[in-house]
Design a protein around this ligand. Structure first.
Ligand code: BGC
Length: 421
């Protein structure tokens, strides 16, 4: 029985869940990212002031941001070891689904050599989710790759896609028996941009040609993975976790603002999805940003409200994306990530509430939304920023045995979910 009238529009089988990514939570990973962390931690700490002192809460974070340890994923939050405890949290939060990653560098630590223990681990992992009645959403690639693959040039070379194909094939043989939903790639646009255009992430290249090559190759990687997966198990439901932003013209009457906004929308939101439109059973996307553009693609957002990362927050910006996605692709939609960095938990409840309203509106207007995954279940390793941004519904105290504590906003969200089912 739905107790909350406002939530009436959500289908009974709606998936309410949270997301994680292997490298950000597991601990003990050895891949191209962890190698880069060890090499660049000191430099990131030394340049923290220049890069981050504009943030409103710089005083609160500066000690951590200037400490090289902040930039090392290291033990993670020991999710690899403590996953059952974390699944218990999903139960407490009334969630019926969970998005997680499998770590390629664990499963194939050396080229062509499979690690049977790691496969056994993820089998147990999936079985435990199933036992609790939680639908697993398995994510194949979330930016990290084995060192041997990076050394061959990673996704820069089309010829290297055979290694990704082989990995996907192996997953179909070992891990997908009890899985229905598979996400192939997480945010190819973000990865290609930060790793190959702005040079902020490994392998820190600033090369527009290389950027386009990687971006193209990732469209191919997805299409090939889709075919391999479908051939092995036609009932799989396959999609991406695309990064989509709600982009708007700052001055709607200005031709320049209008054109540059449309160009950004096309390139950031639609370019990749258009290329894989026939190779997805659902459209999955992550939403964090509403951006206003002016002049020649210059971002010009309101000063407030901003998250701990300084990101302008407009949760209801999800709505126009949902409508556009539906009209472009007419496929079931999953919000595969959505959330805020909010250490003091002052915005999270508001963010989730407005997000639910945005989904409600879209569903009432006929958009087929099937699930919503908050980012993230737990505080985790936030890539180049390290440990200080807190995205978790559940706080993790890395100083005190990684103690998990459910945040007040998450308790509120759990109640909301309960009223729906
Ligand atoms: C990524 C996550 C990341 C989150 C917050 C998304 O773009 O998929 O890995 O932690 O944003 O930055």
């Amino acid at each position: 029985m739905k107790e909350d009238k406002n939530l009436d529009v959500f289908p009974d089988q709606f998936f309410w869940g949270a997301s994680t990514a292997s490298h950000q939570v597991e601990g003990g990973n050895a891949n191209q990212w962890s190698a880069w962390e060890l090499e660049y931690a000191k430099e990131l700490a030394q340049t923290a002031h220049t890069r981050l002192s504009y943030l409103p809460n710089w005083n609160d974070i500066k000690q951590q941001a200037q400490d090289p340890d902040n930039y090392v994923s290291g033990k993670g939050i020991e999710h690899y070891r403590r996953f059952e405890e974390d699944f218990e949290l999903l139960d407490q939060l009334n969630m019926n689904s969970f998005r997680f990653g499998v770590e390629w560098s664990r499963l194939e630590p050396e080229e062509g050599k499979w690690n049977s223990e790691a496969f056994a681990h993820y089998k147990r992992y999936i079985a435990q989710l199933r036992k609790r009645g939680i639908e697993p959403f398995l994510n194949i690639w979330h930016w990290t790759v084995p060192v041997w693959f990076a050394e061959k040039g990673g996704f820069e070379k089309r010829a290297n896609l055979i290694y990704f194909d082989r990995f996907v094939q192996k997953l179909t043989e070992e891990l997908l028996e009890d899985v229905t939903y598979v996400i192939t790639l997480n945010e190819p646009n973000v990865y290609a941009s930060f790793s190959y255009l702005t040079g902020e992430w490994p392998p820190q290249k600033k090369n527009p040609i290389m950027f386009m090559k990687v971006y193209w190759n990732l469209t191919r990687a997805h299409r090939r993975a889709y075919r391999i997966l479908k051939k092995a198990k036609p009932s799989l439901q396959i999609g991406l976790a695309a990064q989509l932003a709600n982009m708007q013209a700052k001055r709607p009457h200005s031709v320049l603002d209008g054109v540059s906004t449309k160009w950004m929308r096309y390139f950031w939101n639609w370019w990749f999805l258009n290329r894989v439109r026939r190779y997805q059973d659902f459209v999955g996307f992550n939403y964090y940003f509403t951006d206003y553009f002016t002049g020649l693609m210059k971002r010009s957002n309101p000063d407030v409200p901003v998250s701990d990362l300084g990101w302008y927050m407009e949760p209801e910006g999800l709505y126009p994306i949902l409508l556009r996605l539906w009209s472009h692709y007419k496929k079931p939609i999953f919000v595969t990530e959505n959330g805020v960095a909010d250490k003091d938990d002052q915005y999270r409840r508001w963010w989730i509430e407005e997000t639910i309203v945005a989904m409600e509106r879209a569903i009432s207007e006929g958009v087929d939304i099937r699930g919503y995954f908050y980012w993230s279940l737990l505080d985790n390793f936030e890539w180049k920023y390290g440990w200080w941004p807190k995205f978790g519904l559940v706080a993790v105290d890395r100083e005190h045995d990684m103690k998990r504590t459910i945040r007040p906003s998450a308790k509120w969200f759990a109640e909301k979910i309960k009223n729906i089912s």
